[in-house]
Ligand binder design. Structure first.
Ligand code: ADP
Ligand code: ZN
Ligand code: ZN
Length: 759
């Protein structure tokens, strides 16, 4: 008996292993197994097929070493979804597996502790004798000494494997429990010996349990007549469309409609997946859904620990799964058995697309595929739909429902465009604040109301420059200037995260004349403190939300009005609902508008319209101050007049004229390498081959705006396929070309990856 096994490595294909007789009866598709791979390496793989097809003569087949699950932990539908993702996004299935499975599933025996979990768990780590510069040597010596103790050696190797020691990255934590395999009783003694010898040590880690909620489910608010109509239209359209787009202005009650649809679905015995683009949004939404669905709601995202994610996964496999899952993009990977409805809220958000690492999938599109696997219905919702989805809706592929009125007819905020160029000329700007914005904030605060300020850049200043000679500090590993972070007192590379000291004087001309150019959230915060010292100000961006509970703390403080003004990046623009915000300031629209990308106007519109939607109270119209130097470009007036159809029409015309999606499909091929000349030659060679296959559909190679990241130079080749071009053929041709070129050694030292439907 043989088993095809998928391993969590960026390799194409599945690998065949022999299934030892004693394992054969209990092995099933979807179980985890431990398999040897390469030289002395072991991986947790997933059985994808059981069969009797002996591999061709001459191919050595290794044995499966042990079986971790007598019951599948991956359902067959999930395996099909993984394969679809790998095919469509041109990546390895092993990469999909790595993204899909919580890390906690990487070797963990299943027999123990299914029902009982201790509050603390023992973990294993290398002792300090392996720290410092000579650690590799010390380790080889230790392993050398274990030659005659194969069990100790095996355990040690497995520990190294699990901790990712060799990979050179930050080591994973390894629990004692993970380290011991299912039927390995000798593991304990070997471990004891290694601890006694001073190679490994044990330490305790507290396990956080899934906290059951004490709330009892409540009632749904009845829908207003307008909402009721939309609700009925959606269900009507689902008769003939699997996907429906709900285009509803901010605060029109889209979420209320979702909740009614969810309730009907679970009453029919179906499961519901409710997706949000950002973790920051989950806690508010969780509270709202919890009040109605109580313990039938489960939440899933990457800020949960591995143990918690494994527990949710197992619950979804059990006979009593959550009926509703609220999650970010990774929640498409959970096991479902009776999915009936998928809701994709804020469907236009870029964060649904995973950029790095592979799989570079778009969770909205994967969720639609997931829904279709179950014959389930999908609902996309947004106040500012993506051009692609709106096009699908207006061309009849999706159903379209529009809600153009806010709940209780609260007025949309008034948007005032402020001409920064003019004000600067008249010297009326105070730093980056117009008199209009300062006045609006002061008035709001005097009425006990709050304000949100939006600036889509974190840090203090994106560029530091020597005013004397023009020297600009750049990252040594990336081709990009460094962002100054004042609180850290350091320069930070936003591409690789490297930090540098800010020199006291210019290293080139030795003058101490460094100045800050450009504008980040930190600088806005500082200016605002100086302008309105009595205001309580907080900031929400990537830098202030690294800790697990940071979002909640910032948002709670704002919701409970312990903060008056919240400054932030795009994080503050999304679906947050605060009752006392009456003013929104868009500090600088120009960086968004001038971004060189065919989607920049669409994105600028979405960001500005979304953040504007945060303003407005029941009793008074909200006010948005939009600061820009480009007062006369159409997007600005489209934002100002809530003219989404106008924006859509303009964008569609442009996309058609220049051959961009939705009229074409884009596939980018990235090549990266340390040696720029070799890279450049390889890129040209690839391009020439592509030309013979695809003709004028190939563009590039070009060096992207940031042409070196983490020491690797980058080249990008773009493929623009017209809609009639069969995507499956294209994908096959691309895969084949690259594997042939690597087989011929033409891509040695070069890493390639595809980005399908890039954002
Ligand atoms: P959206 O998702 O379109 O932004 P929400 O569903 O968040 O809109 O609604 C905005 C606000 O109005 C929320 O505070 C919500 O509770 C309230 N609301 C909307 N519809 C109703 C309703 N039918 N009954 C009671 N409150 C509602
Ligand atoms: Zn200088
Ligand atoms: Zn860098």
């Amino acid at each position: 008996m043989f088993a095809d096994v998928l391993v969590p490595l960026p390799l194409f294909g599945r690998f065949t292993y022999r299934l030892p007789d004693e394992l054969a009866p209990c092995t099933v598709v979807g179980s985890r197994v431990i398999v040897p791979f390469g030289q002395k390496r072991h991986y947790t793989g997933i059985v994808t097929r059981l069969h009797h097809d002996a591999p061709a003569a001459g191919i050595t087949v290794k044995d499966i070493l042990s079986l971790l699950d007598p019951q599948p932990i991956i359902l067959e539908g999930q395996l099909r979804l993984w394969q679809w993702i790998a095919d469509y996004y041109l990546c390895a299935e092993g990469d999909v597996m790595k993204a899909a499975l919580p890390g906690g599933f990487n070797i963990e025996s299943s027999t123990l502790e299914q029902h009982y979990r201790p509050r603390t768990e023992q973990y294993v780590r290398l002792t300090s004798s392996f720290s410092g510069s000579g650690h590799k040597e010390a380790l080889s010596k230790a392993l050398e000494g274990m030659r005659r103790a194969p069990r100790q050696e095996a355990l040690m190797l497995r520990f190294l494997e699990l901790s990712g020691y060799d990979a050179g990255s930050t080591p994973h934590e390894v629990s004692r429990h993970e380290l011991r395999s299912r039927d390995d009783t000798s593991g304990a003694t070997a471990l004891g010996t290694l601890v006694k010898k001073g190679f490994l040590e044990l330490y305790d880690v507290e396990i956080s349990r899934l906290k059951p909620s004490s709330l009892t489910p409540g009632m749904l608010a009845p829908l207003t007549p307008v909402q009721q109509t939309a609700f009925a239209q959606i269900k009507d359209l689902w008769q003939h469309h699997d996907v429906c787009l709900l285009h509803g202005v901010t605060s029109s009650g889209k979420t209320e409609i979702y909740m009614h649809l969810i309730q009907e679905a679970i009453a029919r015995g179906e499961q519901v997946l409710y997706m949000l683009p950002e973790i920051a949004l989950t806690s508010q939404m969780q509270q709202r859904l919890r009040r109605v669905f109580g313990n039938r709601l489960g939440v899933y995202h990457s800020k949960f620990s591995d143990a918690e994610r494994v527990e949710i996964w197992r619950k979804q496999l059990s006979s009593e799964p959550y009926d509703v899952i609220l999650g970010v993009r990774s929640s498409v990977f959970l096991p479902y058995r009776r999915l009936g409805l998928v809701i994709i809220d804020e469907e236009h958000e870029n964060s649904y697309k995973q950029q790095e690492p592979a799989p570079r999938y778009h969770a909205r599109n994967v969720a639609i595929v997931l829904a279709s696997q179950f014959g389930a219905k999908a609902l996309l919702g947004s106040a500012t739909p993506s051009v692609e989805s709106y096009y699908n809706a207006t061309s009849g592929k999706y159903g379209l429902v529009t809600l153009s009125e806010r709940y209780q007819s609260v007025q949309m905020p008034q948007i005032e465009v402020v001409d920064v160029k003019e004000l600067r000329r008249k010297r009326r700007m105070e730093g980056n604040f117009s008199p209009q914005l300062i006045a609006a904030i002061r008035e709001a605060l005097s009425r006990g109301e709050q304000a949100i300020l939006f600036q889509n850049r974190r840090g203090y200043a994106p560029v530091v420059e020597c005013a004397t000679c023009g020297w600009v500090p750049r990252c040594q590993r990336c081709d990009v200037s460094l962002t100054y972070h004042r609180r850290l007192g350091q320069l930070v590379c936003h591409y690789c995260g490297n930090v540098y000291r800010l020199p006291a004087s210019c290293p080139q001309c030795e003058e101490s004349n460094l100045r800050h150019i450009g504008l980040g959230t930190e600088r806005i915060e500082e200016e605002l403190h100086a302008l309105i010292p009595e205001a309580r100000i907080d900031r929400m961006d990537l830098d202030t939300t690294r800790a697990k509970t940071a979002y909640d703390r910032i948002l709670d403080n704002f919701a409970s009005r312990h903060t008056d003004i919240l400054i932030g990046t795009q994080m503050v623009s999304k679906g947050l609902d605060f009752a006392h915000v009456s003013v929104v300031g868009i500090i600088d629209a120009d960086t968004m508008l001038n971004f060189p990308d065919f989607r920049s106007y669409e994105r600028a519109y979405q960001l500005m319209a979304q953040v504007s939607g945060r303003a407005g109270r029941r009793d008074r119209q909200g006010l948005v101050i939009l600061q820009t130097r480009s007062t006369d470009i159409p997007v600005v007036s489209q934002v100002r007049h809530y003219d989404f159809p106008g924006l859509f029409a303009d964008q569609l015309t442009e996309r058609q004229a220049f051959g961009y999606p939705p009229f074409t499909r884009l596939i980018y091929l990235y090549l990266r390498g340390r040696d720029e000349r070799r890279l450049s030659e390889a890129a040209i060679a690839v391009k020439q081959h592509l030309d013979t296959l695809f003709g004028s559909r190939v563009l590039g190679p070009e060096a992207p705006p940031v042409a070196r990241v983490q020491g690797l130079y980058i080249r990008k080749i773009m493929l623009k396929l017209e809609l009639g071009y069969h995507p499956r053929t294209a994908r096959q041709q691309l895969q084949q070309l690259l594997s042939e070129m690597s087989a011929q050694g033409q891509l040695t030292g070069i890493v390639t990856h595809f980005d399908v439907d890039p954002m």
